[in-house]
Design a protein around this ligand. Structure first.
Ligand SMILES: CC(C)(COP(=O)(O)OP(=O)(O)OC[C@H]1O[C@@H](n2cnc3c(N)ncnc32)[C@H](O)[C@@H]1OP(=O)(O)O)[C@@H](O)C(=O)NCCC(=O)NCCS
Length: 175
């Protein structure tokens, strides 16, 4: 079924350099397509129940991009983690980027930018203080994307990935 702006809430299609592509919230029936993109574009695989639990818990920041035929061509998902505050004995909420990917034929159209900006806004409802993520030190493309959003490299996590590659830990505080 093709959805459109009039019938579908939570659509964010601005800033994609293709008027027939838009970003919207993920639905349960999109998960197989999301998993397919993940398995094609990223070495990190997760079981179905993991995606489902993220969708159940944080649906507002689990977004997909679809093309004019309704095919899912990108996604982003986040989770919220409670961690001790560095400044007090209280706990704070951090938004942790779980995964983002755009299918290869659709890159460089601004899709990741729209996925990231709208999901970051959406997850603020959890009163988060910081956005955090890990990225392979070799993933120049993704690092450039995060830097565009003012994320800074806060440290390196050695041997973070299953194949032994190190990760940059990047963070962005909410003012
Ligand atoms: C990283 C990824 C999600 C970017 O998706 P995208 O839709 O092509 O990105 P956008 O078109 O929104 O680009 C946004 C910015 O990212 C950076 N960027 C994207 N592709 C880039 C490239 N090939 N080279 C350099 N910078 C790049 C640029 O700063 C770009 O802004 P600009 O176009 O104004 O220069 C995509 O390349 C991808 O799916 N890669 C494989 C999965 C992956 O690595 N995910 C991240 C895991 S941490």
């Amino acid at each position: 079924m093709t959805t459109n702006k009039e019938t579908e809430p939570n659509i964010y299609n601005h800033a994609i350099n293709d008027p027939q592509i838009y970003v919207r919230r993920c639905k349960l029936e999109d998960l197989d397509a999301v998993i397919e993109i993940n398995e094609k574009e990223l070495p990190e695989d997760y079981p179905y129940f993991f995606y489902k639990s993220i969708l159940d818990e944080f649906p507002e920041s689990f977004l997909v991009a679809q093309n004019k035929n309704g095919k899912i061509i990108g996604y982003i998902m986040w989770r919220v983690e409670k961690t001790p505050s560095p400044h007090s004995l209280k706990y704070i909420n951090k938004a942790h980027l779980v995964s983002i990917a755009v299918s290869e034929g659709y890159r460089r159209k601004g899709i990741a930018r729209v996925l990231l900006s709208n999901s970051m806004t959406a997850i603020k409802k959890h009163k988060i203080k910081e956005y955090v993520l890990e990225v392979r030190v070799s993933n120049y493309t993704a690092i450039r994307l995060y830097e565009k959003f003012n994320y800074k490299i806060e440290g390196i996590k050695k041997n973070y990935y299953r194949d032994g590659e190190n990760a940059y830990y990047m963070t962005l505080s909410i003012a």
